[in-house]
Design a binder for this molecule. Structure first.
Ligand code: SF4
Length: 430
C-alpha cells in the first residue's frame, strides 16, 4: 500500500468569509525582522536609518541575543539633520564610510528605512545606489523599509528579500534545456535548512537552493527554470519579484507539523518531476516519527480552544497544525494580511466554518476574545500581559518566529510551544 499524505476532500475555508478590520493595531514594525535576518545572512549588515525609538527597539529586542560584535546598528537622524536633507545624505555617507572601514567583513549593507518623517523624506534608494557605486565591488548596498507605517513584524523580511531579488544572478541561457531547479524561499534556521537539504537529497533532489543564502557570495541564480517553494507565508512581495524574473511558485501548505512538512516536501518533489509514490515512500518514515513525537502533546492539547490575534502571518498554517494534528478547536484565527493564493492549500485544510479575520481593530478583537474565554491566546507581547492579568493563558507569537519550528524534526518542539503555557497555568492553579 502506498503511504498517503492526507488529502482534503472538501474545500475547507478556501471560500470562507473573512472579517476585515482596519482599526488600531498592536504589532511590532518590520525592523524586528533584522533580529533573525542578521543571524542568517552572515556577511550582511543592517543599518537602520531612524530615530532613538528605532534604536531602542533594535537594542532591546536584539541586543540581548547577540554574543559577538553585532551586525546591525542605527544611524540616528536628529534635529540637526532636519536643517537640510543634503546634510543628512552627507551624514549617512560618513556613517557608512566609517562602518565599512571598521568592518571589512561586511559584503552586503542594507539601509533600513523607518517611519520618522525626517527619514521618509530621505531618498534611501538613491543613497543605496550612490553608496553601492562608491563601495563596489567589495560591498553591495541595498535598501528597504522596515517602517511601522508600511510593514508589520514579519513584513520586514519580505521587504528585505524583495530588495535582494534584483541582485540575484540570472540563470545562464543553456539552463533552458535543463531540468528545473528548486529554490526554497524564506529565512530558516541553519539547522532546519540543513535538515531539508538532506531530505531533498534523500528524495533524489540535488538541485536545491535556499534564499536568503548564508553568504552574499553564494546567491542563487534564478530565471524561468526556477520553481520556488515558500517556507514562510509572509513573502508576497518577494514572490512577486521572483515571478517578475521568470521563476514559478509551487503551491503547497507550509512545512509546519508532520502533515505540512510532508505535503511541502512532496509538492517540491512533484514540481521537479519526481515520482509522487516514490517520494511519499521516502517521506513516510519521517512523517510517522514526527507523528509519534506529537502524541503526548495531542493528549494535552486536544479539545483546548485557541484564539489567534494577528501578528506574524504564521497564524493560518499554525491553526491548521493545531486543529488537524493536535485536535485543538479554533475560536478565531486572525492574521495581519491574508494572501489568498499563497494560503490556498492551508485554507483548504482548515475546518469548515473557522472564524477568520484579517487586519485588526484591537479593542473589538479583545472584546471577542474576552467573550469567548479561550483556553489559549496567541498574541503579541503588548497584549499578553493584560490578558494574563485577566486570567487568560497566552503564548507570545514572536517566539514562533525566533524558534526553529519548520520541518519534521521540529514538529514536537512547535507543539511544545503551545503545551508549555497551558502546563504553567495548571501548575499556578494547583
Ligand atoms: Fe517605531 Fe517606526 Fe522606528 Fe518601528 S520604524 S521602531 S514603529 S519609529
Amino acid at each position: 500500500m502506498n503511504p498517503v499524505i492526507p488529502i482534503q476532500t472538501d474545500r475547507g475555508c478556501q471560500e470562507a468569509p473573512v472579517l476585515r478590520e482596519r482599526g488600531q493595531r498592536e504589532v511590532f514594525c518590520g525592523l524586528t525582522g533584522i533580529i533573525w535576518l542578521h543571524r542568517k545572512m552572515q556577511d550582511a549588515f543592517f543599518l537602520v536609518v531612524g530615530s532613538r525609538t528605532c534604536a531602542h527597539l533594535i537594542q532591546s529586542a536584539a541586543g540581548v541575543m547577540i554574543f559577538a560584535e553585532p551586525r546591525f546598528a542605527t544611524a540616528i537622524l536628529d534635529e540637526r539633520d532636519l536643517a537640510g536633507l543634503a546634510d543628512a545624505q552627507d551624514e549617512l555617507d560618513r556613517v557608512v564610510q566609517r562602518l565599512l572601514e571598521r568592518r571589512p567583513d561586511i559584503r552586503m549593507l542594507f539601509l533600513v528605512g523607518s517611519c520618522p518623517s525626517e527619514v521618509i523624506k530621505l531618498d534611501l534608494s538613491r543613497a543605496a545606489a550612490r553608496l553601492s557605486q562608491r563601495h563596489a565591488p567589495r560591498v553591495r548596498v541595498l535598501n528597504y523599509s522596515g517602517s511601522g507605517i508600511e510593514t508589520t513584524f514579519t513584513q520586514g523580511e519580505d521587504a528585505c528579500l524583495a530588495a535582494l531579488v534584483p541582485s540575484l544572478p540570472a540563470q545562464p541561457p543553456e539552463a533552458a534545456g535543463h531540468a528545473p531547479e528548486l529554490l526554497v524561499v524564506g529565512a530558516l534556521a541553519d539547522v532546519v535548512e540543513d535538515q531539508f537539504r538532506r531530505q531533498f537529497d534523500a528524495m533524489g533532489l540535488q538541485r536545491v537552493d535556499f534564499f536568503p543564502a548564508r553568504s552574499s557570495t553564494t546567491l542563487p541564480a534564478i530565471g524561468p527554470q526556477t520553481r520556488f517553494l515558500l517556507a514562510q507565508p509572509f513573502l508576497g512581495d518577494t514572490a512577486r519579484a521572483l515571478e517578475a524574473r521568470g521563476a514559478r511558485h509551487v503551491p503547497a501548505p507550509f512545512p509546519l507539523g508532520a502533515e505540512g512538512s510532508a505535503a511541502w516536501l512532496q509538492a517540491g518533489a512533484a514540481a521537479m518531476g519526481l515520482d509522487r509514490d516514490r517520494t511519499a515512500e521516502v517521506i513516510e518514515p519521517w512523517r510517522q516519527r514526527a507523528g509519534r513525537a506529537l502524541e503526548t502533546h495531542r493528549l494535552r492539547l486536544a479539545g483546548q480552544r485557541v484564539f489567534f490575534f494577528p501578528d506574524s502571518q504564521l497564524e493560518i498554517p499554525l491553526a491548521r497544525f493545531l486543529s488537524r494534528e493536535l485536535g485543538m478547536q479554533l475560536v478565531e484565527v486572525g492574521t495581519p494580511y491574508l494572501h489568498r493564493s499563497h494560503l490556498a492549500e492551508e485554507l483548504a485544510l482548515l475546518p469548515s466554518g473557522t472564524a477568520l479575520s484579517e487586519g485588526q481593530d484591537v479593542e473589538r478583537q479583545l472584546d471577542r476574545c474576552r467573550a469567548a474565554r479561550p483556553d489559549l491566546v496567541v498574541c503579541g507581547l503588548g497584549l499578553a500581559n493584560p490578558l494574563e492579568a485577566e486570567g487568560l493563558t497566552t503564548k507570545w507569537s514572536i517566539e514562533l518566529v525566533f524558534t526553529p519550528i519548520h520541518g519534521f524534526d521540529q514538529a514536537a518542539d512547535l507543539a511544545a510551544l503551545f503545551t508549555r503555557p497551558l502546563l504553567r497555568r495548571q501548575r499556578l492553579a494547583a
